[in-house]
Design a binder for this molecule. Structure first.
Ligand SMILES: [Zn+2]
Length: 95
C-alpha cells in the first residue's frame, strides 16, 4: 500500500510507503492533521486516522507548539513551523 499526502498547496506528494510516511511524520513534515490518501482510495483522511500515533506522541498531542513568528500551531515535536518554516524553540528554550 502506498500513500500520498497533500502539501501546503494542496497538491498530492508521493507515493510513499507506510514506513516512509512514518518517517515524514517523525521529521515533522507530516502531522496528525495532515491530509493523506491511500492509493486506490477516493477519500482524503487526517494522517492520524491512517497512522495512529505512537503512545509517546499521543501523550504530547495535547501540548502543541506555537510558532513565535507567525503563531501557527505545530505538533509538539515539530522542529520547523508548518506555516512559515521558522525554527521552533525546543523544550523551554526561548527564541
Ligand atoms: Zn510560523
Amino acid at each position: 500500500m502506498n500513500y500520498h499526502y497533500a502539501n501546503e498547496n494542496s497538491q498530492p506528494v508521493g507515493p510513499y510507503t507506510a514506513e516512509q510516511m512514518l518517517q515524514l511524520q517523525q521529521q515533522g513534515v507530516l502531522h496528525e492533521n495532515s491530509w493523506v490518501i491511500a492509493e486506490g482510495d477516493m477519500e482524503w483522511k487526517p494522517y492520524a486516522a491512517l497512522f495512529p500515533l505512537p503512545i509517546e506522541d499521543s501523550q504530547n498531542a495535547g501540548r502543541p507548539k506555537f510558532c513565535t513568528s507567525c503563531g501557527a500551531e505545530n505538533e509538539s515535536q515539530a522542529q520547523f513551523c508548518n506555516g512559515c518554516g521558522t525554527k521552533l524553540a525546543q523544550g523551554n528554550e526561548r527564541l
